[in-house]
Design a protein around this ligand. Sequence first.
Ligand SMILES: [Zn+2]
Ligand SMILES: [Zn+2]
Length: 129
Amino acid sequence: MAVRVKCKKCNREAKSDEFFLDPVYKMMVCPQCVKDRKMQEINAKKEKQKAEAEIAAEKVKKDLPPGWDSDDVEIERRYSDKLKNSAGMERIDDDRIKYTCSKCKYKFTYFTTQGRPGRCPYCATPAKV
Ligand SMILES: [Zn+2]
Ligand SMILES: [Zn+2]
């Protein structure tokens, strides 16, 4: 005849013949503990898959050009305009831009924080940054 005993793991009572030697806990536990452990494993797996899917989605987003959030033609056109405008400019870091004069093609470093030089040092054409 089965007697009710307290589970050492969760302190819940269960029938003694339902106790199970759990390979993970390495002790005799009640059926509820085994169930809980399996649920936790499934949830952990689901969480991991979710995190991985989020990372993958994030990566796809990064691979797309900035401002790309729909196949709207207008956005696409504006994006290519932006590319055209920034031709002759190459960002060096947060402050500096390698600028090529649109008129004489003289290359100089433009400091964005100071807004200098305002003109091409060679032909004095205003720098459009
Ligand atoms: Zn238990
Ligand atoms: Zn110039």
